[in-house]
Design a protein around this ligand. Sequence first.
Ligand SMILES: NC(=O)c1ccc[n+]([C@@H]2O[C@H](COP(=O)([O-])OP(=O)(O)OC[C@H]3O[C@@H](n4cnc5c(N)ncnc54)[C@H](O)[C@@H]3O)[C@@H](O)[C@H]2O)c1
Length: 266
Amino acid sequence: MTDQTPVCRRLVDRTAVVTGAGSGIGLATARRLASEGARVVCADIDEVAGKAAAAETGGLFVQVDVTDSDQVEALYRTAFETYGSVDIAFNNAGISPPEDDSILTTGLDAWKRVQEVNLTSVYLCCKHALPYMRDQFERTGRGGSIVNTASFVAVLGAATSQISYTASKGGVLAMSRELGVQFAREGIRVNALCPGPVNTPLLKELFAKDPERAARRLVHVPVGRFAEPEEIAAAVAFLASDDSSFVNAAEFLVDGGIAGAYVTPV
Ligand SMILES: NC(=O)c1ccc[n+]([C@@H]2O[C@H](COP(=O)([O-])OP(=O)(O)OC[C@H]3O[C@@H](n4cnc5c(N)ncnc54)[C@H](O)[C@@H]3O)[C@@H](O)[C@H]2O)c1
């Protein structure tokens, strides 16, 4: 939060599980959800980063590989046993390795790895979060909010391809829509968050080395810059909270207008 961010307390008494909480969008979101009063379970494969996120947000660290069904099941069970509810699931961990590139050069191993971490993980996280939310709805009338991180590349093609990444995010988008429809009458909303490019340390480093690469992308962004992780986190907090009570099965773009643009301002 900056000094200008209004103090919002929309998530008091809610438990939020955030995967990939150790870095980037996940870390910014763990901070934002905690600042709004949520009890945050910081899940990450990276023990050092995940522990630091939990310490900072006053939450709980659970080390998890989101591609492993047993570990994901244990993650949601731990969240429930520790805090008594699972109200928010931000299924966000993902990778974008350099071996995933044009279809002409991307091998099957790279393809499969990205599908596992980006798409199978979201299937597993939803599968293991939903039973807690359904039970809670039966008992109390309060269900839950699931936010799955897709990407703007789920709705737009790029000539600078990362073929498995794009396909995985398309899968996250379609799966989120379907789950949002299926569980709508059980008090559970499921939305796909589609961020535009975010100013992460990795991206900054890449573009500092290669300004032409940055320029090729920036020309398509109407606002003329990439997002800050906090701007994506603010959208997640909205989707997690009751302020978005009628937003469901949505393709929730937070992309500075990229997906709506033809000619951008000079
Ligand atoms: N950064 C962007 O420009 C951008 C744009 C659109 C969508 N996204 C998506 O947002 C999400 C977060 O991206 P980010 O830029 O914050 O990434 P990041 O690399 O900064 O953070 C990802 C986190 O996920 C963790 N992680 C990776 N594999 C894991 C596994 N198997 N199990 C558990 N944790 C694992 C990492 O340790 C890391 O802490 C991803 O799904 C990404 O595809 C990112």
